[in-house]
Design a protein around this ligand. Structure first.
Ligand SMILES: O=C(O)C(=O)C[C@]1(C(=O)O)C=C[C@@H](O)C=C1
Length: 220
């Protein structure tokens, strides 16, 4: 919703527009890399729920979990999906010059998507503990299809999609003081159907990918 306040602002993503010493690529890469470097110093990535987009640029971390589980990081895919699939669906074309704010909102979106999707590791751990008798043979057989079937809960997915659409409707309402007419009904800062579709097409499938990848390493 906050990112949708700005149009596409293409120069934010254009490496040639923001070329500066130290070659960071585009402005958004500069903002994400530099923020991650500062947040790493502050201990952000010692929290196993957090995953950097540019891990190669950060100092190595103390390993608290099974190293194989730590290595599951789908942020490259999240980066690609966010910029190439999601953003074009909900921002208007155009350029209002607010590139720094645009990159800051992109960073927020990327970090929250990454956290939500990598929660898959924790969800998978709970599922494994509840039903290890079913999961163990599939893990030993490297049977991704059976793992995917075991962890999939279609009714939960349906409820998640409904809930995010509802949240987008509630939090994305245009609020006007002294306006009791129905004029603003049905006007949202972000189309709730887009949010729901994005969850169904990308967020839930990526979460499930993380779950399967985590499970494949669970008995390492
Ligand atoms: O809640 C779960 O059981 C999950 O595994 C999470 C999640 C999701 O991404 O929302 C993913 C797979 C399930 O089919 C349902 C929902």
């Amino acid at each position: 919703i906050k990112r949708a306040r700005f149009p596409l602002n293409a120069p934010t993503y254009d490496p040639s527009y923001f070329s500066m010493p130290g070659s960071y690529g585009s402005l958004v890469e500069l903002v994400v890399k530099q923020t991650e470097a500062v947040q790493a110093k502050a201990g952000r990535y010692e929290n196993p729920e957090e995953h950097p987009f540019f891990p190669d640029d950060l100092p190595p971390l103390p390993q608290v979990l099974n190293p194989a589980a730590v290595s599951v990081n789908v942020n490259k895919k999240i980066w690609d999906v966010y910029f190439n699939k999601l953003l074009p669906l909900f921002v208007s074309s155009g350029d209002d010059g607010n590139y720094a704010s645009t990159a800051a909102r992109d960073l927020e979106c990327l970090q929250v998507l990454s956290r939500r999707i990598h929660y898959g590791k924790l969800v998978a751990e709970v599922k494994f503990r509840d039903e290890w008798k079913h999961y163990e043979p599939a893990i030993r057989a490297r049977d991704k299809k059976t793992l995917m079937d075991l962890l999939t809960a279609p009714a939960v997915e349906k409820a998640v999609k409904k809930r995010v659409a509802k949240k987008a409707r509630i939090f994305g309402q245009e609020v006007k003081v002294g306006d009791d007419s129905d004029e603003n009904k049905g006007k949202y800062k972000l189309d709730p159907a887009v949010v729901s579709r994005f969850y169904g097409d990308w967020v839930i499938p990526l979460t499930k990918d993380v779950e399967v990848q985590y499970l494949l390493h669970r008995l390492d």
